[in-house]
Design a protein around this ligand. Structure first.
Ligand SMILES: [Zn+2]
Ligand SMILES: [Zn+2]
Ligand SMILES: [Zn+2]
Length: 415
């Protein structure tokens, strides 16, 4: 069966998340987005884990569904842990997503981790634990768990982060590196950027939303064609078999918050070559720049831009539908007009991913404005302009040149 999965997100028990991030809303938004398998996130949090046990019931092996309300979303047990520790004289801050096959396994992982730090303080707990030790603990509880370093390029909290991480998987996980089968590209990098490191050929690249509110799930996702079960999904990720793990859905990486280098407060955004020219020093404040994902990839890459390794899982770059509509209408994304057009499209075609990926321009035009239909098709074709994000500022998307939307809607009234 072919389906879309998003494994990494956060519940209302994580810091800076929406109070609406509960199982009912996640289930509802998964249907609106067209996501069939959704990570639970935050299984280490006692309150969230309690609601997982109360509100979910087993469906297929390792997958769960809401007890109430005939829901068809499947939940898969995941949680993110922030490991903060010192290694070789440097402070390391690395986020790791753990996948677990059963509630029993989660119970055991939580029991072990609660001896190390406070799991109640945050849905994404901070532990003073070496990432390698975390991997050991999790695999010791169950070999069926999967451990995936999160958003591997972001500067402050990741495996390869310029301010927090390592230069290789081996430097971080040592003799346990052979148990690292996958890594998350994160919003600020796409697979093409990761393909430039031969060291990553052995892992598969997964993509998740890391959503902090239900409406943001599926910003990035994974498309599978396997039997509906935890073991089948894990096997597809581990084996990197392109007949089972079909493709990933990506942000345009420029849209991510850490694509370029810069300083948010100084309003300075620089490309890797510009950063080199300034020797990594901010021309406004004189402090060192926050080096983003593109520069960091350049630093570690051993292949030229555009290289595609054999057997790589392909990807498609998309922009969330709400943003496309906002751009087509020339209004803010959280406006009534955008909501109205969004709901109309979901009602017409079933889900956001169906609209973004599959519906033809003609069909779109039958129920929505021509400038929205045109926007959706341009995104599919990659015809977008993006001002790159930097130092925590999201990139800005443009699909139309100035005044072009009005021209498109004028043409409609002529016909
Ligand atoms: Zn994270
Ligand atoms: Zn996260
Ligand atoms: Zn500065």
């Amino acid at each position: 069966m072919r389906f879309i999965a998003d494994f990494h997100l956060h519940s209302k028990y994580s810091r800076a998340t929406s109070p609406r991030s509960d199982l009912e809303n996640l289930d509802k938004w998964a249907r609106i987005k067209g996501i069939k398998v959704l990570g639970t996130g935050d299984f280490t949090h006692p309150e969230w884990f309690k609601s997982l046990k109360e509100k979910l019931e087993p469906a297929e092996p390792g997958l769960f569904k809401l007890r109430a309300g005939g829901a068809n979303t499947r939940f898969l047990l995941t949680s993110e842990i922030s490991c903060i520790y010192s290694k070789k004289g440097r402070v390391r801050k690395i986020h790791i997503v753990v996948f677990a096959p059963s509630l029993k396994v989660v119970e055991k992982i939580n029991a072990r981790l609660s001896l190390i730090g406070n799991l109640k303080a945050d849905g994404r707990p901070i532990l003073g634990l070496d990432a390698k030790e975390l991997l050991k603990i999790v695999l010791d509880v169950s070999q069926d768990c999967l451990v995936a370093p999160s958003h591997i390029w972001t500067p402050w909290f990741s495996l390869f982060g310029s301010r927090s991480g390592f230069d290789s998987i081996e430097e971080c996980f040592e003799d346990y590196s052979k148990h690292i089968f996958t890594g998350e590209t994160g919003l600020s990098s796409d697979p093409a950027m990761n393909w430039r490191l031969s060291a990553l050929d052995k892992v598969s690249l997964i993509s998740n939303s890391d959503a902090h509110s239900p409406e943001k799930i599926g910003r990035e996702a994974n498309v599978f064609d396997v039997e509906f079960s935890y073991p089948a999904i894990i096997e597809a990720i581990k084996s990197k078999n392109p007949e089972k793990f079909l493709y990933t859905i990506e942000f345009f990486p420029q849209e991510g918050k850490y694509h370029y280098d810069g300083h948010r407060d100084c309003k300075i955004s620089l490309s890797p070559s510009q950063t080199k020219k300034y020797n990594g020093i901010c021309p406004v404040c004189g402090k060192s720049l926050t080096v983003g994902v593109l520069s960091r990839v350049e630093e570690l890459a051993d292949r030229p831009e555009g290289f595609k390794p054999e057997g790589a899982i392909p990807y498609k770059s998309l922009i969330p539908l709400g943003e496309i509509i906002a751009e087509a209408l020339g209004v803010g994304v959280n406006t009534k007009e955008v909501k109205k057009q969004y709901e109309n499209l979901i009602k017409g075609f079933g889900s956001e991913f169906e609209v973004l990926l599959n519906v033809s321009q003609q069909e779109l035009q039958n129920i929505t404005l021509p400038e929205i239909a045109e926007g959706i098709v341009r995104v599919r074709q990659g015809k977008v302009f993006i001002e790159p994000g930097y130092d925590g500022v999201y990139g800005k998307v443009r699909i139309f040149s100035k005044g072009e939307q009005r021209e498109l809607s004028k043409q409609r009234t002529l016909f």
